[in-house]
Design a protein around this ligand. Structure first.
Ligand SMILES: *Cc1c(COP(=O)(O)O)cnc(C)c1O
Length: 369
């Protein structure tokens, strides 16, 4: 008889469900015998612009060094980020995607007997990172799909070490303003680390969303995590960062893999950070696409959750899984979010104008069928 290897895993891991990513284009092409070029993927909040030429150039220049380990301290990128964020070098932590930052926090600060607080309908990595280290995840019921910050504060107890807050949140797109954040931070006990996940902050305009970095000097228990995967268009390379007080960064650095960000990602991120033209294009395409999708949904009498990200959660008023499947048969990949407790919604990433149009057309067709 063979061992029960699931039973041998630590209890938190036994209860985990793996993260479900958006369906890859090639997979759908194989399954339905479609031309990959005919498929539209609006499922993973990826940047529809394709990579910036400056990024491609930076990567090419780095290729000759592939036999070398990357700079384990990521000095050049950290220096650029420190200047960009107005912080000291020792406040920056680099991650293999910002996902890595979330996991470093869990590994450093959570353990069996301790807990992390997050919201219902929040990013799936929070419960995964928490349970993976044997800690308890406390999902606080959402309010109108958004974070109930008062409810989250009330869920904190003496064993809470981390509170994950996404602004805006994925997959709902919901957000809160500067006043809500400052009221919230003032009430979180100092020994609880606030992870403010700003994966989509570059899409925000004006002061509708707070800039988490502005609160760092007042709150040594605040960590702001950001990513190059979305507005900067580097999802494949896996690079993100955390900005925190120096003591927290020091702790994260102790549990980090020695070479967690590879040299192509480091070079690409440096180039992306100074490519303000690409970022401006990302915003412009996103704003136009958001308006296009909303006009199309309104014309179909559908509602959606207002979003400040590069995606929108559409309420189909019925089980969305069959419609997701039907959209796949039309060559359009979006994201079902039943596993986020939202069985009537589909999350649609904002694409190029023609991609958005393909989605709207396909949706009208499958709703009519
Ligand atoms: C996409 C996303 C991330 C991180 O993605 P990485 O590619 O790992 O940087 C983090 N948080 C939220 C809420 C996201 O949507």
């Amino acid at each position: 008889m063979s061992c029960d290897f699931l039973g041998l895993a630590q209890p938190g891991v036994q209860k985990l469900s793996p993260y479900v990513p958006g369906k890859p284009v090639d997979e759908l092409a194989r399954e339905l015998d479609l031309d990959p070029a005919s498929i539209v993927k609006l499922a993973s909040n990826e940047n529809p612009l394709g990579p910036s030429p400056k990024v491609l150039e930076a990567i090419s220049a780095e290729l000759a060094e592939l036999t070398r380990y990357p700079d384990g301290n990521g000095f050049a990128l950290k220096r650029q980020l420190a200047a960009h964020c107005g912080v000291a070098l020792n406040q920056v932590t680099l991650g293999n995607g910002s996902n890595d930052i979330l996991e470093l926090v869990a590994r450093a600060y959570l353990a069996p007997g301790l807990n992390a607080v997050f919201s219902e309908h929040a990013f799936a990595v929070y419960p995964i990172a928490t349970q993976a280290v044997g800690a308890q995840g406390r999902a606080v019921p959402a309010k109108d799909y958004g974070h109930d910050l008062d409810g989250m504060l009330a869920a904190i107890d003496e064993n809470t070490r981390v509170i994950f807050v996404a602004n805006p949140n994925n997959p709902t797109g919901t957000w809160f303003g500067p006043q809500a954040l400052s009221d919230f931070l003032a009430r979180v006990p100092e020994r609880v680390l606030v992870v403010l996940d700003e994966a989509y902050i570059e899409y925000a305009e004006g002061d509708e969303l707070p800039d988490g970095l502005e609160y760092l000097s007042r709150y040594p228990n605040l960590l702001v995590s950001r990513t190059f995967s979305k507005a900067y268009g580097l999802a494949a390379l896996r690079v993100g960062y955390g900005i925190s007080s120096a003591p927290v960064a020091d702790v994260l650095n102790r549990v980090r893999q020695p070479f967690n960000v590879n040299s192509l990602a480091l070079a690409a991120a440096c180039a992306a950070l100074s490519d303000s033209e690409y970022l401006a294009d990302s915003r412009r395409v996103n704003d136009a696409g958001m308006a296009q999708l909303q006009d199309g949904l309104r014309a179909m009498d559908l509602s959606w959750i207002p979003s400040r990200g590069n995606f929108i959660a559409v309420d189909l008023g019925r089980e969305s899984m069959p419609l997701y499947q039907a959209l796949l048969r039309e060559g359009v990949i979006v994201r079902p979010v039943a596993n986020y407790g939202m069985p009537h919604h589909l999350r649609v990433s904002i694409g190029l104008p023609e991609e958005n149009a393909r989605f709207l057309e396909a949706l009208a067709k499958v709703l009519d069928a």
